[in-house]
Design a protein around this ligand. Structure first.
Ligand SMILES: Nc1ncnc2c1ncn2[C@@H]1O[C@H](COP(=O)(O)OP(=O)(O)OP(=O)(O)O)[C@@H](O)[C@H]1O
Length: 253
């Protein structure tokens, strides 16, 4: 068995009186590409916030890279791109190169100059997300999908081992989504970054990811994507409250 990067043991989380996560147990191994799916309000973002140490579960334990999250300090190993990356102020006059460089700020400090090696890392991150041709372009002059890639480059420039993406393909057309998944597969397979992708796109992800986790307060399923494909439609209907075919169909437009 490969080294577990994330261990979530018996996690329960309650906002005020509303229990949102109950008895969640998931282990994620190094090198996985996990699709985290669930209907609206099912607790996906809450679980991510627990993983990022932003929320503290009332019960249970989370370990990152073998260490309990309360003692975990190696946050440079974890990259995060939020859904809100799309609402970044794109009128801001910064090039893709500058936006991606800002991912090194915590390492460099705000006003330090970049070494040739740092510049090389920035160029490599921009290449890895397929934006090589756009490095000098103002971020505001890119499409939504290209901007999302720039934010992913910013997250990977500091060389994280784990990258967490919250709904990165919202509002992106299907061809762009396809290219986007190819880019993620490159990060996962060729650069060895473990990925967790939160998405509603349950119909699209199964042949892209290595594992699927379905939550809706409880963990309903966690396994490899082949096992997920074998789930019966009515099991998914119970989970989503409507047919998976409807979902798949909806997302093909
Ligand atoms: N700060 C908060 N205070 C109280 N309740 C909250 C808070 N944040 C989320 N909730 C509630 O917790 C539940 C789970 O929310 P969460 O954002 O984790 O779901 P989600 O699966 O990410 O949803 P979506 O797919 O719609 O983004 C929802 O019922 C939501 O209304």
């Amino acid at each position: 068995m490969k080294q577990p990067i994330i261990e979530i043991n018996d996690v329960n989380f309650t906002y005020d009186r509303q229990k949102v996560l109950e008895d969640i147990n998931i282990t994620i191994e190094q090198g996985s590409f996990v699709g985290l799916v669930g209907p609206n309000g099912s607790g996906k973002t809450t679980l991510l916030k627990c993983l990022l140490g932003l929320l503290k579960p009332q019960q249970g334990e989370i370990k990152l890279f073998g260490q309990t999250i309360q003692k975990f300090k190696d946050w440079h190993k974890v990259g995060f791109v939020s859904q809100k990356a799309n609402s970044f102020n794109t009128g801001f006059p910064a090039s893709v190169f500058e936006v991606v460089s800002s991912g090194l700020t915590s390492k460099l400090g705000l006003f330090k100059f970049m070494s040739p090696k740092d510049r090389k890392h920035v160029d490599e991150a921009i290449e890895a997300v397929g934006l090589g041709k756009f490095a000098k372009r103002n971020i505001g002059e890119l499409s939504g999908g290209q901007q999302q890639r720039a934010f992913i480059a910013r997250a990977i420039v500091s060389n994280p081992k784990l990258l967490i993406l919250d709904e990165p393909t919202v509002g992106v057309d299907s061809q762009t989504v396809h290219n986007f998944y190819e880019m993620l597969t490159h990060l996962n397979r060729d650069l060895g970054i473990t990925l967790i992708l939160v998405t509603h796109d349950v119909g699209t992800i199964t042949d892209k990811v290595t594992h699927v986790a379905c939550i809706n307060k409880y963990l309903h399923f966690h396994g490899n994507s082949r096992e997920f494909e074998l789930l019966k439609d009515d099991e998914m209907s119970d989970f989503y409250g409507h047919s998976l075919h409807v979902l798949t169909h909806d997302h093909s437009h």
